[in-house]
Design a protein around this ligand. Structure first.
Ligand SMILES: [Zn+2]
Length: 299
């Protein structure tokens, strides 16, 4: 039994980047459990805390310096944003940042860490870097230590890039009307601040893009919408007038965009990326993949 526990602990140490000979762990456990009659759980804790001290402390890096995968590091960061959990195995995920940029983080349920709060700053000791489609994120693991800090960190807003499929175009997109005084989008012809107003037309897209691992809210202004869809504001107004239906424009946008791949770029504002640059991105289909494999096999 001691052997089994020792093996479990050894695996756990490896995960923490600490190599301890199995015999050493076994000997310690045997002594604690069989000689000193220490309860098993307590013996495990004791051995873990003893060897955890041997761990090399991970280098303190700035977000912009994260450039390799699988590196154990420490970060002094502010929690910019927490996202709703997308999976039962994820305890928390969101965006953290420092003076040099922002990065996504994820904390697993199995890591059993205390939760972080939006807007608060922390020293995150021993997080591991991970890469997905050329962008880095950090994972908080069982060996991560979260230390709240008092200083406020000014997070630099950097341009973010995202490559994925547009999976939703939300209501409030398409041909919309804004208040002529405060530019706010009208709801049923009314401005929250100025009441019933005549309003002025605008084009906008509030959408959701999905890279297969995460979803991201995006916001496209008139200029970007016009160039992406190839319909100008005047043309959209004409379409709506002829059909006597404003939602026609939204339907046209959905048809053009949903399910298609784009690479987008822009600064993050709140939960949105404000898209300043968007390119259609060809996605290799399953059929193409099958053909590529066939070609490769024929070589
Ligand atoms: Zn207004």
């Amino acid at each position: 039994m001691v052997r089994d526990i020792a093996e479990q602990l050894k695996a756990r140490f490896s995960e923490m980047d600490v190599e301890v000979p199995l015999e050493d762990i076994e000997k310690k456990l045997d002594e604690l459990i069989n000689k000193f009659r220490v309860p098993v759980e307590e013996a495990k804790r004791s051995v873990v805390s003893q060897y955890s001290k041997d761990r090399k402390s991970a280098d303190l890096l700035k977000v912009k310096d994260i450039q390799s995968d699988g590196q154990w590091i420490s970060l002094k960061t502010k929690v910019v944003q927490l996202w709703p959990s997308e999976s039962e195995s994820i305890a928390q995920s969101g965006l953290i940042g420092d003076e040099t940029g922002t990065i996504r983080f994820v904390s697993w349920v199995k890591s059993d860490l205390p939760p972080v709060e939006e807007g608060k700053c922390y020293m995150l000791k021993n997080v591991v870097t991970d890469e997905w489609q050329g962008r880095y994120n950090v994972k908080l693991t069982r060996s991560t230590e979260i230390v709240p800090i008092e200083d406020d960190i000014e997070v630099s807003s950097v341009v973010e890039e995202f490559l994925g499929a547009i999976v939703d175009i939300q209501s409030g997109s398409g041909l919309i009307k804004r208040c002529e005084f405060c530019k706010r989008a009208l709801a049923k012809g009314s401005c929250g601040e100025h009441g019933k107003v005549e309003g002025m037309y605008d084009l906008r897209i509030k959408g959701v893009i999905d890279d297969g691992k995460m979803v991201q809210d995006i916001l496209l202004n008139r200029e970007i919408v016009e160039s992406l869809i190839g319909i100008t504001l005047d043309e959209a107004k004409k379409m709506a007038a002829e059909a006597l239906d404003q939602s026609l424009v939204l339907d046209a946008f959905r048809e053009r965009l949903i399910g298609r791949y784009f690479s987008i770029k822009g600064p993050r504002v709140g939960r949105y990326i404000l898209v300043e640059d968007v390119k259609s991105s060809p996605k290799i289909s399953d059929q193409d993949v099958t053909e590529l494999i066939k070609e490769a096999e024929a070589l």
